[in-house]
Design a protein around this ligand. Structure first.
Ligand code: FEO
Length: 395
């Protein structure tokens, strides 16, 4: 695969990895991913922005070679130290013996610790720092915790191109390069999935960064995963929605059922909510990927977990989804638990424990011995009323 010119003197020299199926040993990648790196050539100096994942070093070197001698690179910009973008910095620095690694103060620590970059080959930059390449400037923007403490953005003001590394990314390895090559919102759905898994825990830093991005007014956003945005408003507005305080009037219900008792309780609540005009998304966890659950959490203020007791505790599939909600620091404000058991309970105690330490308020826990009877059904209907009230109170 060749390279792509984004603007005069600025080229995508990244790698597409369509066969990768998992990230962080956790996140499914149904469409693979890409490790986007960018070469910026000024009249005097050349910079490489981000590198690539382990195993793709020579493909990166080959792409760079299509535009310049890799030995002539002057700066390697490390926006983020995670190995999918930074692990090849050692390879590039060994080829370009005069090159300097440019990163944040915390990035410097990471570069020395993870990649053994000598201190004398590292330049620390912060908000407002810039490097003149000759007719092109690299301007650096502090953007910590997106999603590691050292993260930063690089901006080329002459071409108004923003390189935000993981921010605005998506795990896509298609042949297309730009979001506007897709007309159906497909890439935005994948960007939302990515946001859920990577950026959702960091909504406050994300909102700060969005304000900085708006002030820069980029013409092109070029993240280090997935597609680029020639119409930046699309992804900036989407991130503003996903990271902001305003949430949908929506209930997410996830459940697992062994003999249909818990599922029946879920269906009763679902019907009651729908009759009130409330949007409800229901997912059977035995056939739903964990990525879909994460994506739905982005804009669901209310989570209902349905899980039976099995062997004296919660069904492990439901435990996993609940722990994921906690780990990803989902913006869930309220939760409810629907459960059933035969001869002994135990699921609700474990589920409640998993929600401890979050800001989620539990509206009700309904645990039925055997099939839900009149009493449990009435409590479910009352829960639907309570959910409606909470949704009406949301900003
Ligand atoms: Fe794509 Fe945080 O690395």
């Amino acid at each position: 695969m060749g390279t792509v010119e984004l603007a005069p003197g600025i080229h995508w020299v990244g790698v597409k990895d369509p066969s990768r199926r998992l990230f962080d040993g956790l996140i499914p990648l149904p469409h693979g991913t890409s490790y986007n790196a960018y070469l910026v050539k000024g009249a005097d100096k050349t910079a490489l922005i981000d590198t690539t994942n382990p195993g793709f070093e020579e493909e990166l070197v080959d792409k760079i070679s299509q535009h310049t001698e890799p030995t002539s690179i002057d700066y390697v910009i490390m926006n983020h130290a995670e190995p999918d973008h930074a692990s090849a910095c050692g390879r590039i620095l060994s080829l370009a013996e005069e090159a300097i690694l440019v990163t944040s103060a915390k990035g410097k620590e990471a570069a020395m610790m993870y990649f053994g970059v000598p201190e004398e080959r590292i330049m620390v930059v912060d908000e407002g720092s810039s490097i003149d390449l000759g007719g092109k400037t690299l301007k650096f923007v502090d953007a910590p915790w997106l999603h590691w403490p050292e993260t930063m953005f690089t901006f080329v003001p002459e071409d108004r191109v923003l390189f935000p590394c993981d921010f605005f990314g998506s795990h896509i390895a298609y042949g297309e390069f730009y979001a506007d090559e897709f007309g159906d919102g497909h890439t935005l759905e994948l960007a939302k999935l990515y946001f859920a898994e990577i950026m959702m825990p960091f909504r406050k830093p994300a909102m700060k960064a969005i304000e900085k991005v708006k002030a820069l007014d980029p013409k092109l956003i070029a993240p280090s995963h997935g597609v680029m945005y020639r119409e930046p408003k699309l992804i900036v507005d989407a991130y503003t929605d996903w990271a902001g305080e305003k949430m949908k009037r929506k209930v997410l219900m996830v459940y697992v059922s062994m003999w249909g008792r818990t599922e029946h309780m879920v269906k009763v609540l679902r019907e009651a909510l729908i009759s009130k005009g409330i949007e409800v998304q229901v997912f059977d966890l035995t056939v739903t990927g964990i990525g879909e659950v994460a994506k739905q959490l982005v804009d669901s203020p209310i989570l209902v977990i349905g899980a039976p007791t099995v062997l004296g505790g919660v069904h492990p599939v439901a435990a996993y989804a609940t722990l994921l909600t906690k780990t990803l620091r989902a913006p869930t404000k309220y939760a409810a638990i629907l459960s059933s058991h035969g001869w002994s309970g135990g699921a609700v105690k474990q589920l409640s424990g998993l929600l401890e330490g979050t800001k989620i308020e539990v509206l009700d826990i309904i645990d039925s011995k055997g099939p839900a009877g009149d009493e449990e059904i009435q409590r479910i209907l009352n829960l639907a009323d309570g959910i409606q009230t909470k949704l009406d109170e949301l900003p």
